[in-house]
Design a protein around this ligand. Structure first.
Ligand code: NAD
Ligand code: UDP
Ligand code: UDP
Length: 320
């Protein structure tokens, strides 16, 4: 008889933008998936198409409170990712990263599961080393308006490495650089969703600061592939490991691409730069290439076109 025992995987934050794609991918790979989410920024619409799958289970729960499930692998994604959302209730943001990490690590320790932490390029802060390798310790303001996210994620990394050293928990830490794609929240305030929504509505495109700051944008499917490969590595590969697309663009270049791809008549307007906004960001992905054989495959314009199609569909649905 064929072995029909499936791998059981917990995804915290599974109803969010990236979590929903991860749940989809894990189901396609033959896993039994538990999606846990408190729906702070996640949406049922993101996972509605998975609800009929007998191997998909939804759990409404806040990761800051303990929970008991029996699983083989855990992806810890629960945490708002957009500055507008994580600054809405900063104390809760820190609790989510720190108490959330303690709970998933306690769970992983008890059931001997592998556990992956969705960390971030924000641990590098406003970097003085460019591009950023994993060995760079970062330049982070501990008391600013972004600190709840940056320092919360840094503390989560500390907890992951202490549970690994102290309790031999099987950890994987991935530092994610700006990732975009369909299912981003249309009002989450991140630059890609803002620019596309503004361009599609013919509204002014809001450039913060002089627009010369840079970011590197990774398409969601590339990122998920990197996570899956990292989870599949042996216990000696803990990370931290950067996953991102090294293509680097200024915000003005991004706006110009969006305007061109949407055939929009939108104009650029300049607004004040938020505090502590990093001036440049680009991943050094040498380690991901070496350890995972991974590199991104979707160029910015191709990914933007797919994302524009998604937001265009959303707007048409609303106007129908
Ligand atoms: P998202 O906001 O769409 O998803 C986060 C999910 O976590 C949402 O479904 C939200 O409801 C859930 N959540 C928040 N607080 C929770 C709590 N206390 N308990 C349970 N669930 C909770 O964001 P995303 O872009 O999908 O990001 C997913 C993860 O990847 C986050 O941890 C984020 O920090 C990390 N990340 C994302 C990016 C990016 O560019 N998208 C970059 C770096 C890191
Ligand atoms: N925890 C959990 N689920 C589990 C096991 C632990 O949520 O299956 C939580 C537990 O409530 C604790 C945290 O994880 O607060 C850390 O667990 P650990 O065993 O490291 O610490 P302790 O229980 O000794 O405080
Ligand atoms: N940004 C912008 N206009 C917007 C939203 C964001 O110019 O409408 C800028 C923002 O100041 C930052 C960059 O775009 O320099 C990326 O912002 P986002 O919030 O997407 O991500 P993060 O700053 O966390 O990398």
């Amino acid at each position: 008889m064929k072995n029909i025992i499936k791998k059981r995987v917990l995804v915290t934050g599974g109803a969010g933008f990236l979590g929903s794609f991860l749940c989809e991918r894990l189901l396609a790979d033959g896993c039994d998936v538990i999606c846990m989410d408190n729906f702070f920024t996640g949406r049922k619409a993101n996972i509605a198409h998975l609800m009929d799958n007998p191997y998909f289970e939804l759990m409404r729960h806040d990761v800051t409170f303990p929970f008991y499930v029996e699983v083989d692998e855990i992806y810890n994604l629960a945490c708002p990712a957009s500055p507008v959302h994580y600054q809405f209730d900063p104390v809760q943001t820190t609790k989510t990263s720190v108490h959330g990490a303690i709970n998933v690590l306690g769970l992983a320790k008890r059931v001997k599961a592998k556990v992956l932490q969705a960390s971030t390029s924000e641990v590098y802060g406003d970097p003085s080393v460019h591009p950023q390798p994993e060995s760079y310790w970062g330049n982070v303001n501990p008391i600013g308006i972004r600190s709840c996210y940056d320092e919360g994620k840094r503390c989560a990394e500390t907890l992951f490495f202490d549970y690994w050293r102290q309790h031999q928990v099987r950890i994987k830490v991935v530092r994610i650089f700006n990732t975009y794609g369909p299912r981003m929240h249309p009002h989450d305030g991140r630059v890609v969703s803002n620019f596309i929504m503004q361009a599609l509505r013919g509204e002014d495109i809001t450039i913060y600061g002089d627009g010369k700051q840079t970011r590197s944008f990774c398409y969601c499917s590339d990122l998920i592939e990197g996570w899956i490969r990292l989870m599949a590595t042996g216990d000696d590969v803990t990370g931290p490991i950067n996953i991102g697309n090294p293509g680097e663009f200024t915000m003005i270049e991004l706006a110009e691409n969006v305007i061109e791809l949407t055939n929009s008549k939108s104009q650029l307007i300049f607004e004040p730069l938020p505090a502590d906004d990093p001036k440049q960001r680009k991943p050094d992905i040498t380690l991901a290439k070496e350890k995972l054989g991974w590199e991104p495959t979707v160029p910015l314009r191709e990914g933007l076109a797919k994302t524009i199609e998604y937001f265009d569909g959303l707007l048409k649905e609303r106007n129908a």
